[in-house]
Design a protein around this ligand. Sequence first.
Ligand code: NAD
Length: 432
Amino acid sequence: MKVIAPAKNDQIQKSDNKQSDTLGLFNSTQLIIKEAVQKLGYNDDVYELLKEPLRTITVRIPVRMDNGSIKIFTGYRSQHNDAVGPTKGGVRFHPEVNESEVKALSIWMTLKCGIANLPYGGGKGGINCDPRNLSFRELERLSRGYVRAISQIVGPTKDIPAPDVYTNSQIMAWMMDEYSRLREFDSPGFITGKPLVLGGSHGREAATARGVTICIEEAVKKKDIELQGARIIIQGFGNAGSFLAKFMHDAGAKVIGISDAHGALYDSEGLDIDYLLDRRDSFGTVTNLFTDVITNQELLEKECDILVPAAISNQITAQNAHHIKASILVEAANGPTTLEATKILHERGVLLVPDVLASAGGVTVSYFEWVQNNQGYYWPEEEVAEKLRKVMVDSFKAIYKTSQAHQVDMRLAAYMVGIRKTAEASRLRGWV
Ligand code: NAD
């Protein structure tokens, strides 16, 4: 690994791929939903219902800043479909959050819950802000303000939030506390991803990466690759990416590249993951400590066996899909690969494990947390891990089988498996 040096590179790298994504997240999601619904034999009414969330609200959140001024933030909560049960999904704090992204993400949560067979529909929320420029107290006021603004439509039996990009267990704790004050009863089941002492679940923090790890273990079997010694590149070194790097390293794989918003580190001999984990900050930033940094785009195109985008959306597009050299691509992030790129990779024989399957470990353990909150009885870590493994292995197998049986790529297969439960529940309720 290259020598550490004083921070030089403190600029956040801008993704320049957005323009090449002709459809956009929301439209491409609708397109695959349509294809999946048709393949499953449902009529157009089912597609008309499922193509949009049932409800999306935009809220304006006034926050008193530390300097005494007031700043108004815009937030969203989208609930895709609650035919199966309450909606469920994370809240992200990011400067690029917008309504159409939150809507698409809520549909993906329906798919994830369907794939993992959880009794939920999909929800998602977000606040357009840059938490890296907010103080601890400003973050607390913003988190509490968001809960006050959406309190009418959320709750342990209505819609259950969770962490996502740039939100963590502390933010969940503030949100839960605010909700408990509004409702005047203790309600740990209102939100998941809480600290352990406030009713969080063992294994929740690392759940997404554990789920991705299980998908990688299943995917390498299909490609006859030994995980021991396999070369892995991970884009993103936050919650999902850093735990995954650790798990892969511990499993004997060679993590040869990692990145964050500032750039990427690459070493064909393998990076010192323990050292990098030790030096990363709470936002998943570590590359700013190094001088020998390449760009995120360069990293994605490096030779490797397994590539895991674990940062943001629209990273692999029609522009760079031909240059991806991995034989397995596992999407830990939501929406890192565009629809055009998915087709290119599928034609090239790359095994793509889609986001709605690969990152379903997070919502699965969130479900376990909610169940534990509801019964007031808490499980040891091994029990959580064992239950998660079963869900992920069964989900991977079901989707792989569907893709083979219908001769479709893994993304369409995942949509078919994921949408079936909500489509059927909506039909049985007489909605369509
Ligand atoms: P995080 O905020 O903990 O980390 C995000 C990482 O991405 C950081 O290392 C950050 O530096 C990096 N990043 C940000 N902008 C970037 C850019 N332009 N280029 C390259 N890297 C950039 O977030 P997380 O919780 O690890 O989530 C990462 C992805 O995984 C997201 O797409 C999220 O939706 C998805 N996901 C997370 C969970 C979960 O439980 N944490 C569950 C399901 C899906």
